[in-house]
Design a protein around this ligand. Structure first.
Ligand code: CO
Length: 133
């Protein structure tokens, strides 16, 4: 009777040990060749504090950042845009000038809150920055 219980326990212990061994096996480090062939800027993820403006759209939105973060918007459109905080938002939101293609606008969020913004010449362009403590 006891053997029927012990055998599955031994089997489970062996399987468990095997899994533990596999998970602790270090992955091979990439060598110099791999590093040079790795994609650089084209595949790089967008910075956590960056918003692009393309085709009259803010991306990403909402953007989530910590208090004190400087957010930089980059305009990819030929049209000029602004980053203008909506009315009724927490104090300390962005209210920038028009900026053109290839230009950037940066704003540092010093207070936590959810900031809805738009573009002055194109009020249908909407974006959100969520600032947390
Ligand atoms: Co615009």
């Amino acid at each position: 009777m006891k053997l029927k219980i012990i055998i599955p326990i031994i089997v489970l212990a062996i399987i468990g040990g095997f899994i533990a061994l596999r998970s602790t096996t270090p992955k091979p480090k990439p060598n110099a060749m791999d590093m040079t062939t790795m994609p650089s800027t084209s595949m790089a993820p967008q910075a956590e504090n960056a918003v692009s403006i393309q085709n009259y759209k803010f991306n990403p939105t909402p953007l989530k950042v910590k208090k004190g973060t400087t957010v930089t918007w980059t305009n990819m459109d030929i049209a000029k845009h602004t980053i203008t905080v909506d009315s009724g938002q927490p104090a300390g939101g962005p209210d920038g000038p028009l900026f053109g293609k290839g230009e950037t606008y940066s704003f540092t969020f010093m207070a936590a809150g959810t900031y809805h913004y738009h573009c002055d010449p194109h009020p249908y362009m909407h974006g959100v920055v969520e600032v947390t403590e």
